[in-house]
Write a protein that binds this ligand. Sequence first.
Ligand code: HEM
Length: 425
Amino acid sequence: MATAQERYGDIVTLNLGLTRFFILSAPAHVGHVLVERPDNYVKQGPMWDRLRAVLGNGLGVSQGEPWRRQRRMVQPHFHRQALGALTGEMVEEIERVIDSWSPHVGTPRDMATLSPHMTMAVIVRAMFGTAIDDADVQIVHTSFGYILDYMLRGLILHSLPAWLPLPGRGRYGQALRSIDAVVYRTIEKRRRMGEGGDLLWMLLSTVDEETGTGMDDEELRDHVISLFLAGYETTANTISWALSAVAQQPEIARRIREEVEAVAGPSRPTFEHLARFTYTRQVVKETLRQYPSGWNVVRTVVQDDVIDGYRIPAGSQVMLSLYGSHHHPKYWADPWRFDPDRFSPEREKLRPTRAWTPFGLGQRMCIGAELAMMECTLVLAQALSRYEVTPVPGRTPEPKLSFTLKSRDGIWLELRPRQRSAEQR
Ligand code: HEM
């Protein structure tokens, strides 16, 4: 994907038999598809049908008026200020998971298997508060893991008929039913518990101002599943890649620690501190540039269009390669170097805004962007205050082509107890 742009330019065509795929990687193309002409580039076709089979008509996959209504109702709960109420709970959960890493100290560990526990714990707590019990968390964890794997295989095999006994299809159905049971059970319990700061309560109590109606249980279920699926693995990957990048450049870890100590001292970070973790946030942004977890955005073309002089026929697919635009040599000096200072407030002003779009753009932009930024910033701040993180020789991670941007052979790191200077002690 990366060399396609270097070798053939900003628009690359792939002929896949019945479908033509256009891979676009210039920031202007990303803007054209997602901001200027979103009605001509829609979420239709086999990939989206597959996703709808799991997500129902949840936020990430619905279209038209149902999508507009859902977005209107959910959006306010994902604004920075609204998320402030969740910071305390997030910080507690992150600390609990970071504590649970202590038995691994001193031996190489694959962060790609540890980080999902972190994001699952945080998203479950943010979503359900204390309404969900530990056994159900475990069910959600294992079932979602299976569903994600199966869906990836399904995307490749989507043309096979539904009755064909694909390996794992039975278990996939079982995993979906288990999640549904947990979600409906938790909705019911949450209703009985009354007011709280978690997202489920906010969704339960939201009324659409335009129609005066709330969400029924099925709509709530679709949202919960959509938010989980969109937010769990993407954030976990980002955390693993960020720790890996920091491990390779101890100077970055040192600057993060200095910032955390200057802003929060020895106390637990709060929402007010978070706003002042400027450098740590830059590290997260650079991670999302170099390793954009949602590395591509796919749409189907409704009517013939022309982009940069190329005809894009109706019915074809466009894939916006965010990975391509994030490494585009025209917009990024030395694009393969990990350098958080690219995101210093002064330098950010100089760059075209559409060159960095890890959360997509326009009306369908990621609703969880701020939640993800907050979580990743807090994890870096809290983990590095506690541990030294070093690379494992011979195991430099390499991105692999998969549904979200993962590493080919895991992300191996070694955690050590942190050496504090005499002054800090
Ligand atoms: C680092 C973490 C994340 C990354 C890189 C990421 C990336 C993205 C991208 C690229 C899109 C646009 C997809 C498209 O236009 O086809 C998107 C949409 C979405 N994301 Fe995220 N995301 C992250 C975390 C989250 C979290 C934490 C949540 C929620 C808890 C979430 C919920 C959603 C939803 C619901 C949509 C669909 C919005 C709509 O269509 O209206 N994401 N995300």
